[in-house]
Design a protein around this ligand. Structure first.
Ligand SMILES: Nc1nc2c(ncn2[C@@H]2O[C@H](COP(=O)(O)OP(=O)(O)OP(=O)(O)O)[C@@H](O)[C@H]2O)c(=O)[nH]1
Ligand SMILES: [Mg+2]
Length: 333
């Protein structure tokens, strides 16, 4: 098994994320930077720090979907450190933004929690990710891309089509499986999703699989039945594993901004979300949502979706993300 650090940011002492990953992440936040965060450049391009500097910063951050409360307290923290020059404001802003993202990354505070460690030491094999989220946010596409990423790194990956609500949902995952080359465990439309998940865990154990990713429905007759169903799927998986599954990944569509965020609370209460995958960041002017997720829900962003192709995925890295946002366009494009 190659040596790498998957579900946790690399420590500062490490080499940092791979250049490819950093580039992809930086490219993905380009839309956000050009539309909103880039204005920070002109605000801090002034000679002096004035009252207007703080007001304009607040406005830009709120406009980028960082969230009103988060934006105000963030600017207040920077201000309280009495930066003298605009460059000092930028440096402090960077520090505070990275800090917000790092603080949320507490679910995996031990290296022993990473997929790499768990799988290579046979502690938690298969590593199981349950993917949840409102319909259309990008769950199935995210699964295809996560699978592609880990298969490139020589992991044995399998997926389960536990969105049995629509025939097209099963076919969509199977198509990803065909293209990328991973097995998909499925049953017919209308089957009990928990039964599909049950089959998948058993198949993964039998085939010595490293990573199992479970797709789920985003919409049922009503929200209560969806949440009940997700809770049941999780219970069945945990019972079959004889332990808690490893990750409940909430897929949020970055283009929906703060609205999408309201969904997080419901999923957290029902299925105990452990991390977020931010999809459609390539088309979002509002990547500031990552800070709102971290500050309001204390949830780390794990992956970002940067397009619809198998390679369009990046591991999230707070420093790379913040630096990409604060880069002025003249310097990067
Ligand atoms: N540009 C872009 N499009 C994306 C991204 N992720 C998903 N999409 C598109 O968004 C649409 C919905 O994606 P799905 O993966 O089907 O979403 P889902 O959450 O599985 O939807 P349901 O199964 O209906 O709940 C598709 O057309 C995807 O191609 C992304 O990162 N960037
Ligand atoms: Mg789907």
């Amino acid at each position: 098994m190659p040596s790498m650090n998957l579900f946790k940011r690399r420590d500062k002492s490490d080499d940092g994320p791979s250049d490819d990953n950093s580039e992809q992440l930086a490219r993905a936040v380009g839309v956000t930077r050009r539309s909103i965060f880039g204005k920070i450049g002109s605000i801090l391009g002034q000679d002096q720090v004035t009252t207007a500097t703080w007001e304009n910063l607040e406005e830009v951050l709120i406009g980028a979907d960082v969230g009103v409360q988060t934006a105000l307290s963030l600017v207040e923290r920077v201000k309280s450190r009495s930066p003298y020059r605009p460059e000092d404001v930028r440096a402090l802003l960077r520090e505070e933004l990275v800090e917000i993202l790092n603080r949320a990354d507490h679910h995996y505070d031990s290296d022993n929690d990473t997929l790499e460690h768990q799988v290579s030491n046979d502690v938690r094999k298969p590593y199981v990710i349950l993917v949840v989220g409102v319909n259309g946010t990008g769950k199935t596409t995210m699964i295809g891309r996560i699978a592609a990423k880990y298969m490139r790194e020589s992991y044995v990956v399998m997926a389960a089509a536990a969105d049995t609500y629509r025939a097209a949902a099963i076919e969509q995952l199977e198509t990803w499986g065909d293209i990328v080359g991973f097995d998909v465990i499925s049953q017919q439309t209308g089957a009990d999703p928990a039964a599909v998940a049950f089959d998948a865990i058993n198949a993964a154990k039998a085939r010595d699989c490293d990573l199992v990713i479970i797709d789920t429905a985003g919409r049922l007759q009503n929200k209560t039945s969806l949440m009940d169903e997700l809770a049941k799927i999780k219970r069945v998986i945990n019972r079959q594993l004889g332990r808690d599954l490893d990750e409940v990944l909430l897929v949020l569509d970055a283009t929906t901004g703060q609205n999408g965020l309201n969904q997080a609370g419901i999923f957290m209460d029902t299925v105990g979300v452990t991390g977020v995958a931010l999809s459609k960041l390539d088309g979002a002017g509002k990547g500031g949502i990552a800070f709102a997720i971290a500050e309001q829900y204390s949830l780390p962003v794990k992956f970002v979706g940067t397009g619809e192709k198998p390679g369009d995925i990046a591991l999230f890295d707070p420093e790379v993300f913040v630096d990409a946002l604060l880069t002025t366009d003249e310097a990067s494009d």
